[in-house]
Design a binder for this molecule. Sequence first.
Ligand code: NAP
Ligand code: GDD
Length: 320
Amino acid sequence: MKKALITGITGQDGSYLAELLLEKGYKVYGLRRRTATPNFENIKHLENEIEFISGDLRDLTSLTEAVKATKPDEVYNLAAQSFVGDSWRQPIYTSEVTGLGVTNILEAIRLSKRDARFYQASSSEMFGKVVETPQKETTPFYPRSPYGVAKVYGHWITVNYRESYDMYACSGILFNHESPRRGIEFVTRKVTDAVTKIKLGLQDKLHLGNLDAKRDWGFAGDYVEAMWLMLQQEEPDDYVIATGETHTVKELVEIAFQHVGLNYQDYVVQDPQFVRPAEVDILLGDPSKAKHKLGWESKVSFEDLVKMMVDSDLAKNKGQ
Ligand code: NAP
Ligand code: GDD
């Protein structure tokens, strides 16, 4: 039986990846940091199938112990301070977790189980102020946030460990991916939650920042399969994972409101507090390498994704 260690198990991607690996017959270990109150919402249904290990990406001792205790065949490093907006408010913390944390987990593997295959959750946010469109594996990085800068560090240290120690280490450059399990502060979920609360008479207005930003949005359930595929190849490599389509925040808002029979113009308020100090104006990925080499393609369309999230939030906010 193959063994996988997932950091970030309580997050959106951790929960979908755990489902996928359990379906494939893996023994799944999840690294979980201590919290005062449980934050199990995404993995409650898997609680009895995952073995949890206590640890923090900033604490090398805990990571080394986790790798020693589990002897994993595969390690998926999904843990991060992943909210771009907060990375300006907590730049040092973000660097420590999202950047240096990658070296910690790589060191834990190098010292305790060097043949474990490693996946690093890199990000399209590294392309930032894009120098070409669409963005592909060879597009130079130009990060625009402390989060983006930390991810560039995590990306290159992964490449460096592959080249220095001959480790099987891959970096997946994933474009935005969403789901009903998305954190509430990210724009898709903020919108679908608010739309349904407005529909139910529980909220009056929706305050947003830049409506013109463009993102390449896919479904998280599709994207975790690409992570697994990357670790099943003969040689480790880096891949862009994206839909190949881009949409504005305004389009997202229009579809979400329309789906419950409302007009967004009656409810959306532009609010400077949600405008970022530096913006990533457009992300559009070219997933052709992933299609050609991994046989991977995004399946859920943008419109179906938004509707899926609205339907899920409607049920949640009705208390169902
Ligand atoms: P998420 O929902 O924010 O989950 C982040 C996970 O990291 C949570 O389980 C969190 O635990 C954990 N974590 C945070 N700080 C930690 C620390 N110091 N030590 C150990 N665990 C820690 O993120 P996601 O959307 O699933 O994304 C997964 C990864 O992919 C992240 O690295 C993200 O940056 C990257 N990524 C995401 C996207 C996207 O569109 N979703 C795109 C590209 C790359 P708690 O529950 O305890 O907070
Ligand atoms: N969160 C948020 N809240 N974003 C808003 C708002 C708002 O009220 N109004 C407009 N936006 C715009 C942001 O300025 C940004 O251009 C876009 O909506 C998407 O914001 P987020 O959903 O917060 O995601 P992100 O693109 O910054 O980052 C996500 O994707 C990255 C991959 O490109 C995160 O998942 C990162 O962890 C991930 O690496």
